[in-house]
Design a protein around this ligand. Structure first.
Ligand code: OFO
Length: 160
């Protein structure tokens, strides 16, 4: 694997861990608001992001490349309304999709077929996650934004 691609994968590991750390912050924001379903949803999301990082690390190690871990920054966003973290979720997933696509393009330009195949899982995963983020924001706007029973039911649904 060429150096450019290796460096991008190393940086993607940090991004995945940053995603986990950010979703953990979102989960805690909702827990403080008494929304245990939203909390559970984002905690699960955080765990998935750690799995994404682990999968990338394993791929590097399988190719005899040592994983270099760097600092994970804390989330800077200040959430005020219940909607703010959901907007962040959509925005962040779109950002990660762009990074994964850049990674895939780099593998293609290096004619690294194995890495392209490996990364194709991330390409579809990002498609699913963007949809899940957009759907959640839409559901919140339709049913949860006015609080009351709508929000209660949405929180209950997310707890599942
Ligand atoms: Fe790592 O899956 Fe989205 O960000």
């Amino acid at each position: 694997m060429k150096e450019n691609l290796t460096n991008l994968i190393q940086s993607q590991i940090n991004w995945e861990l940053y995603s986990a750390y950010s979703y953990y912050a979102v989960a805690e924001f909702y827990r403080a608001k008494g929304l245990s379903g939203f909390h559970a949803f984002f905690e699960k999301q955080a765990r998935e992001e750690i799995e994404h990082a682990e999968k990338l690390s394993e791929y590097l190690q399988d190719h005899d490349i040592a994983v270099k871990l760097s600092d994970i920054k804390a989330l800077k966003e200040e959430f005020v309304s219940l909607r703010d973290p959901l907007l962040f979720f959509v925005k962040h997933e779109k950002e990660v999709t762009a990074l994964i696509h850049a990674l895939y393009r780099e593998a293609r330009s290096e004619d690294d077929l194995e890495t392209m195949e490996f990364l194709s899982w991330y390409v579809s995963e990002q498609g699913e996650e963007e949809k899940s983020a957009t759907d959640l924001l839409q559901k919140y706007d339709l049913f949860g934004a006015n609080g009351g029973l709508g929000l209660y039911e949405l929180d209950k649904e997310l707890a599942k």
